[in-house]
Design a protein around this ligand. Structure first.
Ligand code: CUA
Length: 317
């Protein structure tokens, strides 16, 4: 149905599934609205105060059968909608991004999106991605809550200060799409907009390499030394601190039992709140770097620690 296409038809996998629920909800709400308007009009006519009508208790069949019917029907309808919505939510939000997805860091701040690519390339309010490859966007905010919204892809996730959230999608057609902030974040919220540019893989590779950016991991390595992290975390150090090689993605045993997976959120917490997860067998002596490193520097440090994970994997093979 062409006329129903309010949005771009499926530039990404999964969009059509979101649309069918959207249209069903729209149709149901319209039907209910229409029924209410018709009933109200009929009743206004029938029970107008000058009109003779039976205004006593409603007839027995209305009290029992009608009441039972509409209660059970709406119950079933709402349960059905709930199950559909929940499974769709799980499909869109809960599935982890596929292994090997392109990783992009997006930092929300009043009022722009700052994007950092893995090779260190930065852009503002524009995100370039290649067609046909899964893209994993890791989000955070520098000030208030923003929401990273790609309407054509039916993809949306809040960017929350002090937290990493993520969203992923597979762009299936080249073109320029909308990027917006969909959480009211202050005066210029409405202008916190940008573009998602989907390029052919060759064009993307050319775009990414242009300008010879310093890699995120390389920038992180510099900060790692400048902040003194290497003093304790290098293999030659006399202070005993957990080794970071091969850390990313692994389960970490904690002091007092339990484990936690070393993902981006864990690495971030370990830099800012080192007492939150103390690694089993180590003393809680690491100082917090809260207030000393900005969000962009944390992203670089994390990229550096992740690159150590890669090195380890290569050496192990
Ligand atoms: Cu950022 Cu609204």
């Amino acid at each position: 149905m062409e006329w129903l296409q309010l949005f771009d038809p499926e530039p990404s996998a999964g969009a059509a599934r979101v649309d069918s629920l959207f249209w069903l909800l729209t149709a149901l709400s319209s039907a209910v609205t229409l029924a209410i308007v018709i009933t109200a009009t009929v009743f206004v006519y029938r029970y107008w105060h000058q009109r003779p009508a039976d205004r006593e208790r409603p007839p027995a069949h209305v009290r029992r059968r009608v009441e039972l019917t509409w209660t059970s029907l709406t119950l079933v309808a709402f349960l059905f909608l709930f199950l559909w919505g929940a499974s769709l939510f799980a499909y869109v939000n809960m599935l982890a991004a596929p292994e090997g997805a392109i990783e992009v860091y997006a930092l929300g701040k009043q009022w722009m999106w700052k994007i950092q690519h893995e090779n260190g390339k930065r852009e503002i309010n524009t995100l370039h991605v290649p067609r046909g490859e899964p893209v994993r966007v890791i989000l955070t905010s520098q000030d208030v809550i923003h929401s990273f919204y790609l309407p054509e892809f039916r993809a949306k996730k809040d960017a929350v200060p002090g937290l990493y959230t993520e969203l992923w999608f597979v762009p299936e057609r080249t073109g320029v799409y909308t990027l917006a902030c969909s959480e009211y974040c202050g005066t210029a919220h409405a202008r916190m907009r940008g573009r998602l540019v989907v390029l052919e893989p060759e064009d993307y590779a050319r775009w990414l390499a242009a300008g010879e950016p310093q890699g995120l991991a390389a920038a992180g390595a510099q900060k790692f030394r400048a902040l003194g992290c290497s003093g304790c975390h290098s293999p030659r150090s006399t202070v005993r601190a957990p080794s970071l090689a091969g850390l990313y993605g692994r389960p970490v045993p904690l002091q007092g039992g339990g484990t936690v997976r070393a993902d981006e959120a864990y690495l971030r917490d370990s830099i800012l709140l080192p007492r939150k997860h103390v690694v089993a067998g180590f003393a809680p002596i690491m100082p917090s770097f809260q207030g000393q490193v900005g969000e962009e520097a944390i992203i670089e440090l994390i990229a550096y620690i992740k690159s150590l994970a890669d090195e380890e994997r290569i050496r192990g093979e």
